[in-house]
Ligand binder design. Structure first.
Ligand SMILES: NC(=O)C1=CN([C@@H]2O[C@H](COP(=O)(O)OP(=O)(O)OC[C@H]3O[C@@H](n4cnc5c(N)ncnc54)[C@H](OP(=O)(O)O)[C@@H]3O)[C@@H](O)[C@H]2O)[C@@H](O)CC1
Ligand SMILES: Nc1ncnc2c1ncn2[C@@H]1O[C@H](COP(=O)(O)OP(=O)(O)O)[C@@H](O)[C@H]1O
Ligand SMILES: [K+]
Length: 509
C-alpha cells in the first residue's frame, strides 16, 4: 500500500475531481459519509454524546458533514467551530450552512479558553480541527484546546490525521498534538503514522477508500510502501515439487561467544524454520555441544578458540551468511570479520556486534561487501550513522548510507523500516511482545534463510521482516505479549507462511 505525501494527496484530490467530473463538495460528502458509516456501525444508534471539533478548513468541513449525517440519523451531537482564523474554506462554509437545515442547534463557536465545553469519559470526541493542511504548530488557545481534549477520558477519533501532526514533516511541538485513540484517514496512510516520534499520537488507524483516481495513484512514486499481507503474498516463491535440499541453499550462521551461544541457536533455528535447505552454525568451541543438542538438524563448525570467534574457516560455499549475533567486539573477532568480508562473496546479513564493529572501525566499514543487509536497532543505527535531529533526517541519512554502500538497511522497532537506496518500506506486522531478548537474532536467521532460497536482498528483507512480525503476532494472540519469547516467534514462522494464503485478499485501494 502506498504512503503518500500531503502534496500528492491534494493532487490526487484535484485529478479525481477533474476525471470523475465531481465537485470538491461531492468528494467531501464521500469522505464525511465514510466516517459517518464507520461511526454508525459502531454506535448502532446509541445516542452517546458526540462532540465534533471542526476547524475552518476542509478538515473542519469533513467534521461538519459527519455532524449533519449523525444528526439526521438521530444521534446526540454537539458541533463546535474552532475559530482559529477568519479564512474559512468554501467547503467548510457550505457544510456549516447545511447544519441549519437539520437542527436548531447552531454550532458553538470557540474563540478562547472560556468557551471549552465539559467532556465526560462517556463521550466521543471527534477531532476535525486540522488535517493535512496544517502549516505550523498550533499555538495559544488552540493548543490549549488540544491539550484540554487530550486530558479528557472520552474516546477520541481523529479525521484524516490527528490535529497538530504534519503528514510528512517533523513534529515541532509535541504538546500541541491531539492524542487520538483511533484515526480514520482518507485513501492512503501518511508517513507520520509510522515514525517513532509521531506514530504514538495516531494509535490505531484505518484507511478509508474515498475513490480517488486509481490511475493517478498507481503511477505515483510514493514516499514509502507499507508492506501488508498483499505485498507479502506477492513476494512468496512457490516450492517446486521436485525440489531437494540443495535447491534451498546452505546458510552459514556466524554467532555466539561464551554466555551468548543462544544467539547462534536462535538464528540457526530461524534459518531452518523459514526454509533454508542446510544450516551450518559457526561458533566458538564452547558452543559445539549446545548447538548439536538443541538443533540436531544443524551442522556445526567451530573456531579454534573456546570462547570467542577469531578466524572463520569453513569447508563449503555458503549461499548466504548471517553474522554478528552475540559475537562481542573483541579485536580478534573484528579481524575475523574483516577477513570474512575480504574472502566471501555470498550475500550477508549483518547484525548486532558485527554492526558495532563496523561502527567502531571505519576501515572495516569500507570493506563491507556490496549487497549486504544491515539490521540495526535504533541504538546500533546511531553508532553507525551518527545522531539525527528528527525521524525525517534519520531516514535521509540512512538513504545516503544505503546508496553509498549499496546495502539494505533494516531499522528495527515498531513499524520496522526497510531502506534501500532511495526507497522506503514500512512493515505492518509485529507487536510489543517482540521487545524481548533474541527476537533480533531470529530475524537475522530468518532473512539469511530467505536469501538461501533465492529471494534477492530486498525481497528477503521485506518478506523476512513481515513473516517475523506475523509470527510474533500469532504467538502474542495465543500467549500474550508478556510471555512471548524469541523462540515463540521462530515456532510460529510456519503458521505465518500458512496464513499468507488463508485469507484471499485483494489489494486495498
Ligand atoms: N485532499 C483530499 O484528498 C481530501 C481532503 N479532505 C479533507 O481536507 C483536509 C485538508 O483541508 P485543508 O487543505 O483545507 O486544510 P486543513 O487541514 O483543514 O487546515 C487548513 C487551515 O488551517 C490553517 N492553519 C494551518 N496551520 C495552522 C495553525 N497552526 N494555526 C492556525 N491555523 C492554521 C490554514 O491557514 P494558513 O496555513 O493558510 O494560514 C488553513 O486555513 C484533509 O485533511 C481532509 O480532512 C477531504 O474532505 C476530501 C479529500
Ligand atoms: N514494539 C514493537 N513492535 C513491533 N516489533 C518490535 C517491537 N519491539 C521489538 N520489535 C521487533 O523485535 C526485534 C528486536 O530486535 P533487537 O532489538 O535486535 O533484539 P535482540 O538484540 O534482543 O535480538 C526486531 O525485529 C523488532 O522490530
Ligand atoms: K484532524
Amino acid at each position: 500500500m502506498k504512503i503518500v505525501s500531503a502534496e500528492q494527496q491534494y493532487n490526487a484530490d484535484k485529478i479525481t475531481i477533474e476525471k470523475q467530473q465531481i465537485t470538491s463538495l461531492e468528494l467531501m460528502e464521500r469522505a464525511g459519509g465514510q466516517i459517518f458509516e464507520w461511526l454508525d456501525s459502531r454506535l448502532e444508534g446509541v445516542p452517546v454524546p458526540v462532540h465534533i471539533f471542526c476547524g475552518i478548513g476542509d478538515n473542519g468541513g469533513d467534521g461538519m458533514v459527519v455532524g449533519r449525517l449523525l444528526i439526521e440519523h438521530g444521534y446526540n451531537v454537539v458541533i463546535y467551530v474552532v475559530n482559529y482564523s477568519d479564512k474559512r474554506s468554501d467547503n467548510f462554509l457550505y457544510n456549516y450552512d447545511r447544519i441549519k437545515k437539520v437542527t436548531k442547534n447552531w454550532p458553538i463557536i470557540i474563540k478562547r479558553e472560556a468557551h471549552f465545553p465539559k467532556i465526560t469519559s462517556e463521550d466521543v470526541v471527534i477531532d476535525a480541527i486540522f488535517g493535512i493542511g496544517l502549516s505550523r504548530s498550533p499555538e495559544g488557545w488552540v493548543k490549549k484546546l488540544i491539550t484540554y481534549l487530550n486530558e479528557t477520558e472520552a474516546f477520541k477519533l481523529s479525521i484524516d490525521i490527528p490535529s497538530g501532526l504534519f503528514a510528512n514533516k517533523a513534529l515541532e511541538d509535541e504538546d500541541a498534538v491531539f492524542l487520538a485513540n483511533h484515526t480514520l484517514t482518507f485513501q492512503a496512510p501518511k508517513l507520520a503514522f509510522f515514525l517513532p516520534k509521531t506514530a504514538p499520537f495516531v494509535r490505531d488507524f484505518e484507511v478509508l477508500d474515498i475513490g480517488l483516481d486509481s490511475d493517478f495513484l498507481d503511477d505515483l512514486k510514493p514516499l514509502a510502501h507499507l508492506i501488508t499481507l498483499f505485498e507479502a503474498k506477492n513476494l512468496y516463491k512457490y516450492r517446486d515439487k521436485y525440489a531437494h535440499k540443495g535447491t534451498f541453499g546452505h546458510a552459514l550462521i556466524v554467532g555466539g561467544s561464551y554466555g551468548k551461544i543462544g544467539a547462534a541457536v536462535l538464528a540457526s533455528k530461524a534459518a531452518f524454520k523459514i526454509g533454508a535447505g542446510l544450516v551450518t552454525a559457526f561458533v566458538p568451541k564452547c558452543g559445539y555441544n549446545i548447538l548439536q543438542t538443541t538443533i540436531p538438524e544443524a551442522m556445526v563448525a567451530t573456531d579454534k578458540e573456546d570462547e570467542i570467534i577469531t578466524n572463520i574457516v569453513i569447508d563449503f560455499e555458503p549461499t548466504a551468511i548471517g553474522i554478528g549475533m552475540g559475537i562481542g567486539k573483541n579485536k580478534a573477532t573484528a579481524e575475523a570479520i574483516t577477513k570474512l568480508f575480504k574472502t566471501q562473496n555470498a550475500p550477508m546479513v549483518i547484525d548486532a556486534d558485527a554492526l558495532n564493529i563496523l561502527a567502531e572501525n571505519k576501515e572495516v566499514l569500507k570493506l563491507l561487501p556490496k549487497s549486504s543487509i544491515l539490521t540495526p536497532h535504533p541504538g546500533e543505527l546511531k553508532r553507525l550513522i551518527g545522531a539525527w535531529k528528527d525521524d525525517y533526517e534519520k531516514l535521509e541519512k540512512v538513504k545516503k548510507f544505503s546508496k553509498k554502500n549499496e546495502a539494505v538497511v533494516i531499522i528495527k522497532g515498531a513499524f520496522t523500516t526497510i531502506v534501500y537506496m532511495d526507497n522506503l518500506y514500512i512493515n505492518s506486522t509485529g507487536n510489543p511482545g517482540m521487545a524481548t531478548g533474541g527476537s533480533g537474532d531470529a530475524l537475522t536467521g530468518a532473512i539469511t534463510g530467505l536469501l538461501c532460497q533465492g529471494y534477492n536482498i530486498l525481497q528477503a528483507s521485506l518478506f523476512g521482516v513481515y513473516l517475523h512480525g506475523l509470527a510474533g503476532d500469532n504467538a502474542a494472540n495465543v500467549i500474550g505479549y508478556e510471555a512471548l519469547m524469541a523462540s515463540d516467534i521462530i515456532d510460529n514462522l510456519g503458521k505465518a507462511y500458512m496464513e499468507l494464503f488463508t485469507n484471499d485478499m485483494e489489494e486495498p485501494e
